[in-house]
Design a protein. Structure first.
Length: 259
């Protein structure tokens, strides 16, 4: 491999790298909003809310993200006469909708996994639907979503290479351009972006892992042993409330009964 060519090509990847990061971060943020919106709607008990959301999810998941990219880039201006001022928005919206639809199933599954008793306790406290979700359900479901959302975030990073198909100058577009020059070695440039994608994916994994540990500590869960300490439920004394005194009282009562 021509290492001098590798070194000489590195400065040219600065701006395309920034584009890749912008597409990934913006698409991930918008995908999270889409995921929660569709996930909450598909979790609804009301058919009129659940059915449209399910149709949208299945339609987006059932079509190719490449087709969606070209649809936003080529078909939408013809059909609706609307064109994005910045072509980068095409990549962000297409990726966000696609991966947001997939991630909505993670949100729905995590919400459905919250024990029924938590819902009943929130109802007994006369919480509104919004209060139930914000104060009780989402805090417990969120830590369970993070590992799967991390996987989708890394997949979204790798899928960001597809934006080069519509002319967005990311690192893949740059590698194809430099590698296609006369006398250039494409292997050199694709090796460069291979390493760049690996580093970015590792950074995403590290950040999401730290976020998962923080979220589980908030619920009193030891992520290393995956053991839940003797704490009350969220609505049974508060998160992290110590119940050791109650346990000792119960043990004392049992000993007294044995005597």
């Amino acid at each position: 491999m021509d290492w001098s060519g590798v070194i000489d090509s590195l400065p040219g990847y600065g701006r395309p790298l920034l584009v890749t990061i912008q597409v990934t971060v913006a698409a991930a943020a918008l995908a999270l909003v889409v995921a929660f919106g569709l996930g909450l709607m598909t979790s609804s008990k009301h058919l009129i809310v659940r059915t449209p959301a399910r149709i949208v999810v299945e339609f987006i998941r059932g079509s190719s993200v490449v087709v969606q990219l070209f649809w936003f880039a080529l078909a939408m201006p013809i059909l609706f006469g609307f064109r994005f001022d910045y072509v980068i928005m095409i990549g962000i919206i297409a990726l966000a909708l696609n991966y947001g639809a997939y991630s909505s199933e993670i949100v729905r599954g995590a919400i459905g996994a919250v024990p029924k008793g938590q819902w009943e306790a929130a109802t007994a406290l006369n919480f509104s639907t919004f209060q139930k979700m914000r104060l009780v359900i989402i805090p417990q479901a969120w830590p369970e979503m993070i590992p799967s959302l991390c996987a989708f975030a890394i997949m979204l990073l790798k899928a960001s290479a597809l934006v080069s198909l519509v002319g967005i100058g990311d690192i893949t577009f740059r590698a194809e351009t430099l590698g296609g020059r006369p006398g250039a070695n494409p292997l050199v440039h694709f090796t460069v972006i291979l390493v760049i994608y690996f580093v970015l994916a590792w950074l995403i994994w590290t950040g999401m892992r730290a976020l998962e540990r923080r979220a589980k500590r908030g619920l009193g869960i030891d992520i290393k042993t995956k053991a839940v300490p003797k704490t009350a439920a969220v609505l049974g004394g508060g998160i992290g409330a110590d119940t050791s005194a109650e346990a000792e009282n119960e043990a004392g009562d049992r000993r007294g009964g044995d005597r």
